[in-house]
Design a protein around this ligand. Structure first.
Ligand code: ZN
Length: 435
């Protein structure tokens, strides 16, 4: 197995960004929702690439303050004019139907139908994405242009859906490490044809698992592909005893747009994942932002609810709601960039690499500085050799390794990238100067 620190090798496959984008393209046409066959089909396609256990939880199951809902499936839906021409057609775009719409078959006057139509007047070519999971209703989403073309008095309306007792489905992948302590990676997979919001996270998480499977790991990794909110609540309700093992976590969402990367801190704010992610982004040489926790957003809300307060942050690019394409048909495959997916995957691996290698040492020769020259550690004063360990990094590690400072603490205080401090620590440990 490869060493985790050798990220170049770990990422060494031809164009991972393009491969992730292609995978998102495979998943894009599927009509997903928080339950149903679209979600199952998505999990099967993920399972073709990584080991995945698929769980089914019956409708009606109590999960904390919530109840697993009825399962929703849809075959077809349309609004047709009196000549039978479909003016709005689910088969053209699955966003046309409000997710969880109850079945409808009716002829109705436009005035009545209008109450069930949703558009975005300021973006007349885009179709909005709407849901009605927990309140029984129905509706259609259409472009404002389509809406303005409606003129007949009466239309045939059909939503061929089912809303029946069934299951909530989620996928779970577990990669064991030398420790039972876990890193949790979670992404939502419950949106229909929306590329950045849902598919980008799924693609990066899937490829992350492939990369993690090829390296030697200290931590064990648990990766969840779940429906938003109800999925994380369901997982937490069924796995309460496992949550003590979760030492670090990341929600991956909206990780494919062209904006700079954003890390949202965990509720704790000063957890190791918060420090590691911030450190990696600060040393990336690229624009980024770190934002504080707030009880809104994605499944970090559930993992960071006060009863759990898990150290789970959220990695995204442009935060949800801060780009006009969010929750519209314009969040399509063109909106997601291969290079952004690749950059996110690399950042994830770098953050995990810090967590894997972060430990606290004690200097075995703490009275005065140990003599580095006689150990060959002061290799090249006045001209760094290739591969030489940074001397300042050696001195920082020796000075701060008092059993109180982790390598990440030292990297932060010294202003060095974590890799440099880690290399220095490895060299010092090799010479018996750290334990
Ligand atoms: Zn969303």
């Amino acid at each position: 197995m490869m060493d985790f620190s050798d990220l170049k090798k770990v990422l060494d496959r031809p164009n991972p960004g393009l491969a992730m984008h292609r995978f998102a393209g495979e998943l894009y046409p599927i009509c997903r929702s928080i339950t149903g066959n679209g979600f199952r089909e998505t999990l099967r396609l993920i399972r073709d690439r990584i080991p995945l256990e698929i769980h089914e939880v019956p409708s009606g199951t109590a999960v904390f303050d919530w109840t697993v809902p009825l399962e929703w499936n849809i075959n077809d839906a349309y609004i047709a004019d009196r000549r039978g021409k479909r003016v709005v057609d689910f088969k053209q775009c699955n966003l046309h139907v409000v997710s969880y719409s109850r079945p409808v078959r009716a002829t109705m006057r436009l005035a009545e139908l209008r109450e069930h139509l949703y558009t975005i007047p300021e973006h007349p070519d885009w179709i909005p994405y709407r849901t009605s999971y927990y309140k029984e209703s129905w509706g259609f989403c259409l472009s404002h242009r389509q809406y303005q073309e409606l003129d007949e008095a009466e239309y045939d309306v059909c939503i061929d859906s089912t809303l029946e007792p069934g299951h909530l489905t989620y996928g779970e992948c577990y990669l064991g490490g030398t420790r039972s302590e876990e890193v949790l990676i979670s992404c939502h997979a419950c949106h229909p044809s929306l590329a950045n919001d849902n598919l980008s996270g799924i693609a990066v998480a899937t490829f992350l698992v492939q990369a993690l499977a090829s390296v030697s790991r200290h931590y064990s990794y648990r990766i969840l592909f779940i429906p938003g909110t109800i999925g994380s609540i369901t997982w937490l309700a069924r796995n309460g005893e496992k949550t003590d093992r979760i030492k670090h976590g990341l929600v991956l969402t909206g990780v494919g747009d062209s904006g700079p990367i954003t890390f949202k801190r965990s509720r704790r704010g000063d957890a190791e994942i918060d420090c590691a992610a911030t450190h990696v982004l600060r040393h990336s040489g690229k624009p980024y932002q770190v934002v504080d926790f707030s009880p809104y957003g994605y499944d970090e809300r559930q993992y960071c609810s006060p009863g759990f307060n898990l150290p789970v942050g959220c990695l995204m690019r442009t935060p949800h709601g801060q780009y006009p394409e969010y929750h519209t048909s314009a969040d399509n495959l063109d909106f997601v960039r291969p290079e952004s997916l690749e950059d996110t995957l690399e950042k994830c691996l770098k953050i995990l690499c810090v967590l894997e290698n972060n430990r606290t040492y004690r200097n075995t020769s703490p009275h005065g500085e140990p003599q580095l020259g006689k150990r060959g550690l002061y290799r090249s004063v006045g001209g760094q050799q290739e591969g030489a360990v940074d001397e300042m990094a050696l001195l920082w590690v020796l000075n701060l390794s008092d059993g109180q400072h982790s390598l990440l603490d030292i990297a932060e205080r010294a202003g060095f990238p974590f890799e440099t401090i880690h290399e220095a620590a490895e060299a010092l440990a090799h010479h018996g100067l750290l334990r």
